[in-house]
Design a protein around this ligand. Structure first.
Ligand SMILES: NC(=O)c1ccc[n+]([C@@H]2O[C@H](COP(=O)([O-])OP(=O)(O)OC[C@H]3O[C@@H](n4cnc5c(N)ncnc54)[C@H](OP(=O)(O)O)[C@@H]3O)[C@@H](O)[C@H]2O)c1
Length: 332
């Protein structure tokens, strides 16, 4: 099969090479999935450069999110049969025509979603649901400010907050992304590259401020200028590249709760919440309330994965960036 193979730390993802390698042999607890779509992530860029927290042994195939069709079932998990449409995640292996993956890391694709949409479901949606519901306890009619609202977790947060009945202010880094956020239900859009964006948020909320801030960027300090009494601020990530230090008096003044969400760590610390989160998300998907947004163009062919990662690095993308490994995958 064709797969991206990394044999040493790369200077840049543009150095990634596609090779012919054997199809992986699934273990007893694993499914073999013919990959239809691979979800590209910013951390793929770091992974192939040896700058990410996970450092796989060489040679390895990067890629953490995928959707596709089951071609070999696991003998230990009767939930899946050959031909099932699934999506899932694994630390590595998704930039390939086939992936062998523990069945517990896979789910059936909701009937309302296509392969491309499902490739971006596994990480972004539960992160945003856990952040907004488990951590911030968002209520109907509250104001929610979503930063990087056109990005992977951001769009998920906009859709979920609207489903919860909240009023959403979408904050992005260029006005070109306003239409995307509005199409997902955002009530208002602002550009956080404008110096006075916090005043705009205050004006939109009758000077009261927002009840919840969902922050994948690293904008907590500034956001505290436009929060309401009893606001909850959810720290999701640091897309801007800096980890902030917050003056604690700013948290005290408005009775603010600053909280974090680390979805990947629920499996270790609170596994009982995981089915609860997915049940809610599958219901929302089946009812048409949430639907992952796929960035156009889709990148056809593994050799185009480098272009997909370049677009992410250049901040050109919205929603989920998808790579299609092959139109006609290698025979088993
Ligand atoms: N806590 C968790 O469990 C969890 C789970 C998933 C992801 N995350 C984190 O959440 C963050 C966003 O992830 P994502 O998948 O939504 O990424 P993404 O789709 O690549 O979106 C990130 C967005 O951040 C914005 N941004 C603001 N400042 C930026 C800068 N200096 N450089 C690059 N982008 C900048 C960009 O939008 P604009 O151009 O509109 O500013 C960009 O599109 C990442 O830090 C990720 O590690 C956390």
């Amino acid at each position: 099969m064709r797969a991206i193979v990394v044999k040493n730390w790369l200077k840049d993802p543009s150095d990634m090479e596609v090779k012919d390698i054997p199809v992986p042999k699934p273990k007893e607890n694993e499914l073999l999935v013919r990959v239809d779509s691979t979800g590209a992530n910013f951390f793929d860029i770091l992974l192939v450069q040896g700058k990410y927290q996970i450092k796989p042994q060489f040679p390895f195939t990067p890629g953490a999110e995928f959707s596709g069709t089951v071609v070999r079932v696991s003998r230990s998990d009767p939930r899946f049969k050959t031909g099932d449409r699934v999506f899932g995640s694994n630390p590595i292996g998704a930039y390939a025509e086939y992936i062998a993956v523990p069945s517990k890391q896979c789910f059936h694709i909701p009937s309302t979603l296509g392969f491309e949409q499902a490739a971006g479901l596994y990480i972004t949606y539960p992160t945003s649901y856990a952040g907004l519901v488990l951590r911030a306890n968002v209520q109907a009619n509250e104001w929610v400010l979503v930063h990087a609202a056109a990005g992977g977790v951001g769009i998920a947060a906009v859709q979920i907050a609207k489903t919860l009945g909240a009023k959403v202010i979408a904050a992005v880094g260029s006005e070109g992304k306003f239409d995307i956020c509005k199409a997902q239900g955002a009530d208002h859009c602002i550009n956080y590259r404008d110096n006075d964006w916090t005043s705009k948020v205050l004006a939109l909320t009758d000077n009261k401020g927002v009840n919840v801030v969902y922050d994948p960027v690293g904008l907590v300090e500034k956001s505290l200028k436009c929060v309401a009494w009893n606001a909850r601020v959810v720290v999701v990530g640091f897309a801007a590249g800096t980890i902030e230090r917050i003056a604690a008096n700013r948290i005290l003044l408005k009775n603010v709760s600053v909280t974090g969400v680390h979805w990947g760590a629920y499996v270790r610390n609170e596994p009982e919440r995981i089915p609860e989160v997915w049940k809610a998300l599958f219901e929302m998907a089946e009812n048409g309330k949430i639907a992952p947004v796929v960035y156009e163009p889709i990148f056809y062919g593994l050799d185009k994965a480098k272009d997909a990662l370049k677009a992410i690095a250049n901040r050109e993308t919205y929603g989920k960036v998808v790579v299609k490994p092959a139109d006609t995958p290698s025979k088993l």
